[in-house]
Design a binder for this molecule. Structure first.
Ligand code: KIV
Length: 294
């Protein structure tokens, strides 16, 4: 792993100090991690969004710590030159601080350099326990997809003064408990701005307006690989679903039309071997095959 980013260097990275915004991208496997790094990402998030994006689940609640460790290890094997954060999935940090630390350690051993968890006041004992185990932890407030059942849907959060103040106070509380940065998801821009101004650690926004200290998007959303969910905050920079289907259809057509593979795409015997083969003629399936098991 060769990245200049560390939890302390990220933790002091504020745009108000003249720094450029942090670029965070999700990645769930080695090729996507390599692409994210070659594109200049500072941080790779092995997000539990992988449950919906690549495992085909309806929400993130089905994702297990084993799933997260498996994908984190795949990302880490690419040796990405970026800081790797892995999501603690639902119920891996809700039961006890001891269990939380063991689960966080599993992701670190899989190759992450930090973990992320969702939630505010309720998470403080877990955040403190993770920090005591010397594992950097990032927070996640606003729309927290693991709370989909209690929130009643993927809705914008912090729309009233009270709700905005609660998120803001929770941001301060989890920072005080030890978070080195906070993802802010789906809150009005002004709320994103005020929370960013009130913290000494960076905020990384997703649907939280332009004033955060960094921005994150889901790899597959940005590239237009998944078209099912299209939240307003997703800017699609490519349409790889369409491009991929076009290419795959061309392959299917070429196979059916007998146009694939060509001789150039096939292996050839040398002239000498073709001549020798000719001496034997066609193998007789009723007799012993003179050419052996080729
Ligand atoms: O799981 C994820 O990909 C995330 C980002 C959307 C921030 O948490």
């Amino acid at each position: 792993m060769a990245t200049n980013w560390t939890a302390p260097s990220i933790s002091s990275h504020k745009v108000r100090d003249g720094n450029s915004p942090l670029v965070m991208l999700t990645a769930y496997d080695a090729p996507s991690a390599t692409m994210a790094v070659e594109a200049g990402a500072d941080i790779i998030l092995v997000g539990d969004s992988l449950g919906m994006v690549v495992l085909g689940y309806e929400d993130t609640l089905k994702v297990t710590i084993e799933d997260m460790a498996h994908h984190t290890a795949a990302v880490a094997r690419a040796q990405p030159n970026a800081f790797v954060i892995a999501d603690l999935p639902w119920l891996s940090y809700h039961i006890s601080p001891e269990e939380t630390v063991k689960n966080a350690a599993q992701l670190i051993r899989a190759g992450a350099q930090a973990v992320k968890l969702e939630g505010g006041y309720d998470r403080i004992p877990m955040i403190e326990a993770i920090c005591k185990a010397e594992i950097p932890v990032m927070g996640h407030l606003g729309l927290t997809p693991q709370s989909i059942l209690s929130l009643g849907g993927y809705k914008i959060q912090g729309k009233t003064t009270n709700a905005a103040l609660t998120i803001s106070n929770e941001a301060k509380a989890i920072t005080h408990a030890g978070c080195f940065g906070i993802v802010l998801e789906c809150v009005p821009s002004l709320v994103g701005k005020l929370i960013t101004e009130s913290l000494n650690v960076p905020t990384i926004g997703i649907g939280a307006g332009p004033d955060c200290d960094g921005q994150v998007l889901v790899f597959h959303d940005l590239l237009g690989i998944n078209h099912d969910l299209q939240p307003k905050f997703v800017r699609r920079y490519a349409n790889l679903k369409e491009t991929s289907i076009e290419a795959l259809s061309d392959f299917a057509k070429d196979v059916r039309d007998g146009n694939f593979p060509s001789q150039e795409e096939s292996y050839q015997l040398s002239e000498d071997e073709i001549e020798t083969l000719g001496l034997y003629g066609r193998p007789d399936p009723l007799k012993d095959d003179p050419l052996g098991s080729w």
